[in-house]
Design a protein around this ligand. Structure first.
Ligand code: GLA
Length: 387
């Protein structure tokens, strides 16, 4: 049986982080090639998503959205066929408001017509933004509309809502029908942005799960400042490979969709190693999609949010454990098993598999206290064993 859509967080690639407005069919097809040839599809990255700026600024006489013929001379069905022939799924972008964030036509009051058009083009995933929303209409209603339109358009389409965590989205998004929902403002390619987004979603673990995943925004792994948009990339940034790995581990364990954003044609070996880390992907794709809970060390030992542990219970009884050090110095960080429900008297120890190095670390009782690099993490998969 095929896995139902959005059972686990979607994985793929999106054009926005690196290319923003500067997109075209040649680049999209090259990215599709890379996704297959470099092993991303095999690792689980199946959606190739075209973000904003793909259409003309006006709808046609029948009210249809029109792909920009300079960027997409063969039209969207042609691009979608190319993507599908590679074994990938095809994603597009629209907006709940009158215009998209970059000022192209939005789907407001064209929801059912646009959903049909997307189905005709072979779309499998729709990212749905929140700019230019008419003030008098609650966003909740607009996401419900598009969700219904997509469910009834004749094609199975994953619905990726994107209202940046505003308007109480946690309370209504699951029942709106969306499969993922952006809970944060736009990511930028720097360490501060990554840590801010992660911290903002800690403690929100009740609000993610199968078929409706908390989306902390797309990955900046491997961008190294290479974006044509100063806001996201070049003017502010880039990260070290260590920081990108920590970013990937956070998104993986917190259950966010893993949507790559770097130019895959230029990805370094280190970038590929991070994006293709099988153990981290397996944690993200665990079938039960449980949110990760946070264990914080005593507040008088570290500054707030400088060091903490995330624990995600997995379907087979293992625990995924990420120990994070956001501080500027290497630290020994101690995790007490008591905090995960394992008292010493239980007679249980944990066999730890290091998800970053692939090593078996052996069996631990009562506590695990690794040395964690600055801006780094240690992620283990813990298997319970009787002593
Ligand atoms: C918003 C979204 C981004 C991107 C842009 C496109 O800012 O949050 O992810 O889609 O719009 O304009």
């Amino acid at each position: 049986m095929n896995k139902p859509i959005a059972l686990t967080p979607p994985m793929g690639w999106n054009s926005w982080n690196t290319f923003t407005w500067d997109i075209n069919e040649k680049m999209i097809c090259e990215m599709a090639d890379r996704m297959v040839e470099d092993g991303y599809l095999e690792a689980g990255y199946e959606y190739l998503v075209i973000d904003d700026c793909w259409s003309l600024k006006q709808r046609d006489a029948d009210g249809n959205l029109v792909p920009d013929p300079e960027k997409f001379p063969h039209g969207m069905k042609w691009v979608s066929d190319y993507v599908h022939e590679k074994g990938l799924k095809f994603g597009m972008y629209s907006c709940a408001g009158t215009h998209t964030c970059a000022g192209y036509p939005g789907s407001f009051e064209h929801e059912f017509q646009d959903a049909k058009k997307f189905a005709e083009w072979g779309v499998d995933y729709l990212k749905y933004d929140y700019c230019f929303k008419p003030r008098q209409i609650p966003g909740e209603i607009l996401y419900k509309r598009m969700s219904l339109a997509l469910k009834n358009c004749g094609r199975e389409i994953l619905f990726a809502a994107c209202n940046w965590g505003t308007d109480g989205v946690y309370d209504w998004i699951r029942s709106s029908g969306a499969h993922t929902y952006r809970s944060t403002g736009d990511i930028q390619d720097n360490w501060e942005s990554i840590t801010n987004l992660a911290i903002s979603q800690m403690g929100k673990e009740p609000y993610t799960g199968n078929f409706c995943h908390n989306d902390m925004d797309m990955l900046v792994v491997g961008m190294h400042g290479a974006s044509n948009d100063g806001f996201i990339g070049s003017k502010i940034g880039g990260c070290t490979d260590q920081e990108y790995l920590t970013h990937f581990a956070l998104w993986a364990i917190m259950g966010s969709p893993l949507i790559m954003g770097c130019d895959l044609r230029k990805a370094s070996e280190e970038t590929k190693k991070t994006l293709l880390n099988k153990d981290l992907i397996a944690i993200n794709q665990d079938l039960e999609s449980r949110g990760a809970y946070v264990i914080k060390p005593l507040p008088d030992v570290y500054n707030e949010n400088e060091a903490f542990t995330l624990v995600k219970p997995l379907a087979d009884g293992d625990l995924a454990i990420g120990i994070f050090n956001f501080s500027d110095t290497q630290r020994e960080l101690s995790l007490e098993f008591w905090d995960m429900g394992i008292p010493y008297a239980a007679g249980v120890s944990l066999a730890l598999h290091d998800c970053i190095t692939g090593e078996e670390l052996g069996e631990f009782t009562e506590r695990f206290a690794p040395v964690v690099p600055s801006h780094g993490c240690v992620v283990v998969r813990a298997h319970l064993v009787e002593k």
